[in-house]
Design a protein. Sequence first.
Length: 136
Amino acid sequence: MRYLFLLIFSLFSLTTVCAQEVKLSDGKQIGSISSDGTIRNRSNAQIGKISSDGTIRDRNNTQIGKIESDGTVRDRSGSQVGRIKSDGTVYDRSNAQIGKVESDGTVRNRQNSQIGKASGVKREWVAVAFFFFYFN
């Protein structure tokens, strides 16, 4: 019975914090985003986190931005830096389309060229990682 509990606990742990790879268009992995919003670089070091309330933090746990419920993206001072629509279209602060995150995780630039991929992650998180904040 004890081993069954350990097995179930291990499987539950794996499914709740599973990270999805973030890749460039050439397939090169540049990092990962976990289901809890943790962003890691390709060396697996934590470089940021997006909380369930939309708060965006850097590696030092300093708030650097926020995704509001309507998709507005703000920087640390509260200034709007962009917007992410529910269909994954991404706009800059001037309301110019700068890209899109498709439902399958494909990331496209304003010319509709694929620039990356991050499947199984919230579109807003992928957009933040690719278009608005540089986690390093």
